[in-house]
Design a protein. Structure first.
Length: 129
């Protein structure tokens, strides 16, 4: 009984974590500085271990399904996805940097841009793309 309870609790946390990651990824599509791809990959990992139905929904998504499937099968992301992510990140980051007059906030923006940049650059690229 206690083992069943722990499995149910684990499943609940994984589904909740996956849904949170999908939400953050969705926001990241529009908000520079918040990466989309790592959150989608994390959501897929959570759903793989907790909800085959939600995992299938992610894989069937017309926009992101191929990216997730490619990661699960080859552990790579297309170069195009990395380039789009970096361009979006730096486009919004440059705008934010230019709009801020306060030096400590400019430094904060640079630091916050550095984290997703490192994440994106460290993702292995799919060959031939």
């Amino acid at each position: 009984m206690e083992k069943e309870k722990s499995i149910t609790l684990k499943k609940y946390f994984l589904v909740s974590g996956g849904l949170l990651c999908v939400s953050l990824a969705s926001i990241g599509v529009f908000l520079p500085g918040l990466p989309t791809t790592p959150f989608l990959l994390l959501a897929a990992a959570c759903f793989t271990r907790s909800s085959p139905r939600l995992h299938k929904k992610l894989l069937d998504n017309k926009v992101f399904g191929g990216l997730i499937r490619n990661w699960e099968e080859n552990r790579t992301v297309p170069r195009k996805a990395k380039i789009i992510g970096l361009l979006t990140l730096f486009g919004g980051g440059c705008y934010s940097f230019a709009a801020i007059d306060h030096l400590p906030l400019k430094v904060t923006v640079l630091f916050l841009l550095l984290i997703p940049t490192i994440i994106l650059l460290r993702l292995p690229e799919a060959r031939g793309l």
